[in-house]
Every structure is written in structure tokens, then in C-alpha cells.
Design a protein around this ligand. Structure first.
Ligand SMILES: C[S@@+](CC[C@H](N)C(=O)[O-])C[C@H]1O[C@@H](n2cnc3c(N)ncnc32)[C@H](O)[C@@H]1O
Length: 201
């Protein structure tokens, strides 16, 4: 067993939290908001019909869009209520309940490594801090040799970008490209968001 994720601690403290998040995503979608920015970047760097893991997929916003673009998507999230919503709202991908710190998809029969692993929506900052390196290590182990992880999260969430890049190096990643937005603006010292494109070393 690994330390419980910060997200599931929030859910334990407020059992309505998962449903609130699902409804928030659904209402943004109904209002016509652009919820596919992260998926567009991933689609741009992925081969056609790529094998893509949406790590910390929540209710399936990113993975659902990538599946609609023709990719073979697997989504993993620790919150069963969000996986249930992903199954309802974005049928097609394989949606799996699981903690990324214990990710072992071959044990579930998913033996192909991934071309891209995407982790959007501040997932990194909702992990239990003690599991950060383990999560990144499990991601690295699931990537193909020339695959890439694309991980985005904001500043001011108790996970410094420099600490994240150290953890990623410890997990076996090397940075390919650091951006400050999902629409490909460069990362600078004062950027308040990081989108890191990482590859296995
Ligand atoms: C703000 S939501 C983002 C959801 C989705 N990526 C998106 O952008 O719409 C953060 C997600 O991280 C997931 N998460 C946090 N810790 C996790 C862990 N250890 N393993 C799997 N998922 C985790 C939560 O369950 C939650 O769905």
C-alpha cells in the first residue's frame, strides 16, 4: 500500500468533492468551453493511432478527446467516481481505477508500452508527496523507448518545478522541452505553469 493521494484525502474530507468535479467538467463542456487544449498538444506530438495513457484522467476530458482523434487510450485514476463518469461521458477508452504509484498495466493485460503519457490538470500536485518519484518511475517504465511523457501543473501548489524536475531525473527521465503553456509558449524562470515534455533516459 502507498500513502493515500491528496485527492482522495480531499474526497474523504468532503464526499461530494468527486461529484462536484464531474459536474464542473460537464457544465464547462455544456457551455462550450475549450477543454481540449492539452489533448491538442498531445495529438500534435503523437504518431497516428498512438497508444496513449491519460495518467490521472479524472472524468476523461483529455483521454476522451484523444480517443475521438483516433488514438488507443487508456486512462487511470485513483478516484472510482471519476472513472465512472469517464465511462459514461467518454465511452471507448479503457478507464481503470488505480493509484499511479502502483501502476502495473501489464498485470491487467495491457502489455504494449505507450507512445505518450499525458498528465494534465495538476495531477502531480494531488499525489501524496511520498509517492511522487514512484509515480514518475512507473510512468517511465510504461513508456516505449522513444515515447514521451507530457506533464503539466501550476506553481504555488507545494511542488516546486525544480523539485519536480529532480524527481523526474531520479525516476529515469530527461527533459526534452519545457513550456509554460499547453499552446507551446516557452518556459521562463518566472513562469507560473510548467508543461514538461520528458523522455526516458
Ligand atoms: C484536477 S483532477 C484532473 C483530472 C484530469 N487529468 C483533467 O485534467 O481533467 C486531478 C486528478 O488526479 C487524480 N489523482 C491524484 N492522485 C492520483 C494517484 N495517486 N493516482 C491516480 N490518480 C490520481 C485525481 O483522482 C484527479 O482525478
Amino acid at each position: 500500500m502507498v500513502e493515500q493521494s491528496m485527492w482522495m484525502r480531499k474526497v474523504a474530507a468532503d464526499p461530494g468533492h468527486s461529484q462536484w468535479y464531474v459536474e464542473r467538467m460537464r457544465s464547462l463542456a455544456r457551455a462550450g468551453d475549450d477543454l481540449a487544449g492539452e489533448a491538442r498538444l498531445v495529438d500534435a506530438i503523437a504518431p497516428r493511432g498512438a497508444h496513449i495513457l491519460d495518467a490521472g484522467c479524472g472524468p476523461g476530458r483529455v483521454g476522451g478527446h484523444l480517443a475521438a482523434a483516433g488514438h488507443r487510450v487508456v486512462g487511470v485514476d485513483v478516484d472510482p467516481a471519476l472513472i465512472e463518469a469517464a465511462e459514461q461521458d467518454h465511452p471507448g477508452p479503457r478507464w481503470i481505477v488505480g493509484d499511479l504509484a502502483e501502476l502495473d498495466l501489464p498485470a491487467l493485460g495491457i502489455t504494449d508500452r505507450f507512445d505518450v503519457i499525458v498528465s494534465a490538470g495538476n495531477v502531480m500536485t494531488f499525489l501524496a508527496p511520498s509517492t511522487r518519484v514512484a509515480v514518475l518511475t512507473r510512468m517511465c517504465a510504461h513508456l516505449s523507448a522513444d515515447g514521451r511523457a507530457v506533464i503539466g501543473f501550476g506553481a504555488g501548489r507545494d511542488y516546486d518545478f525544480s523539485a519536480f524536475l529532480d524527481d523526474a531525473a531520479e525516476a529515469g527521465f530527461t527533459p526534452d522541452l519545457l513550456l509554460s503553456t499547453w499552446d507551446v509558449r516557452p518556459f521562463r524562470d518566472d513562469s507560473d505553469f510548467l508543461v514538461a515534455l520528458l523522455r526516458p533516459r
